[in-house]
Write a protein that binds this ligand. Structure first.
Ligand SMILES: O=C(O)CCC(=O)C(=O)O
Length: 277
């Protein structure tokens, strides 16, 4: 077993778990490089439109999109998926000991969920302020009884100044709440702030290599990024307990199952997964 008794109990009772050093740094680096290629494409596009001059080719991943694109970054969206569906993301879903921990949490074969998001969060950017929500708010009511654990993985060190995650401990036990959208830039689904038990809010600073696991009913959000000089990069990925209803957002081919670890089923190869995007 990878998870201690205490960790397993925390998952059950609190609906979240911070796994320290769950992913090796070379795997994290692979994801950073994949996202850097998307930054290259964004900056080339802005350059070809005459919106930027210096492409900042020597700037680090932590600052380039901010320093070169600035507010033009907004038009490329609050999160990316299809644009960055590449080998490094597949490998991240296979990372150890994360996968073993997920298998212990679900108690089944490890099955990948299609929803993942690359999230560049720029300083003081309203577009990427994510309000309180449960992931099942997006997946639909049929996912309420499913187990769809998320792993939120920072690609830079994060804390309360640059928009780390907050969770509400124990909120996975209150069932699926009503979600709505407000007239805000990101148009995220959200719940009423008055439903939050403030005494249970946990702020989660993290290092690179850490993964924050949370249940599909656990309330979470990310706050404003208040530093001025770097991008908070993160990726969130998901798994689903085998044979659970993975929700409205699932592969268009109902027979496709992304098998990540199994004793009895063949493991889905990279090219089969890539073909789904
Ligand atoms: O990364 C963020 O800012 C928000 C992440 C989130 O809400 C999620 O993974 O569901």
């Amino acid at each position: 077993m990878i998870l201690s008794e205490e960790q397993a109990k925390q998952w059950e009772e609190d609906g979240y778990l911070l796994l320290k050093q769950a992913i090796s740094l070379p795997i994290i680096e692979g994801v950073r490089q994949l996202f850097s290629k998307m930054v290259d494409r964004i900056i080339s596009e802005l350059k070809s439109e005459g919106l930027v001059e210096d492409e900042g080719k020597n700037l680090p991943f932590e600052t380039r999109l901010l320093k070169v694109a600035g507010t033009h970054a907004n038009r490329f969206g609050r999160s990316w998926r299809n644009q960055v569906a590449g080998k490094a993301v597949y490998e991240l879903h296979h990372a150890e000991p994360l996968v073993t921990a997920i298998g212990e949490i679900t108690g089944t074969d490890v099955i990948g969920h299609p929803v993942f998001n690359a999230r560049p969060k720029l300083p003081n950017q309203q577009l990427t302020v994510v309000p309180w929500h449960q992931d099942s708010g997006y997946f639909g009511a049929q996912s309420e009884s499913a187990l769809i654990p998320a792993a939120w993985i920072p690609l830079v060190p994060v804390d309360e100044t640059n928009g780390c995650l907050q969770v509400v401990a124990g909120s996975h036990k209150i069932g699926l709440l009503n979600h709505h959208t407000e007239d805000r830039e990101g148009q995220f689904l959200e719940i009423l702030d008055s439903l939050i038990d403030e005494s249970q809010i946990i702020t989660c600073p993290m290092e690179m290599g850490d993964a924050l696991l949370f249940h599909n009913l656990t309330l979470h959000r990310s706050t404003v990024h208040t530093t001025s000089n770097m991008i908070r990069w993160a990726i969130d990925i998901r798994y689903v307990r085998d044979d659970d209803d993975a929700g409205a957002i699932y592969w268009k081919d109902p027979d496709f199952k992304w098998v990540i670890r199994s004793q009895t089923k063949p493991i889905t190869p990279l090219d089969a997964w890539l073909a789904k995007w």
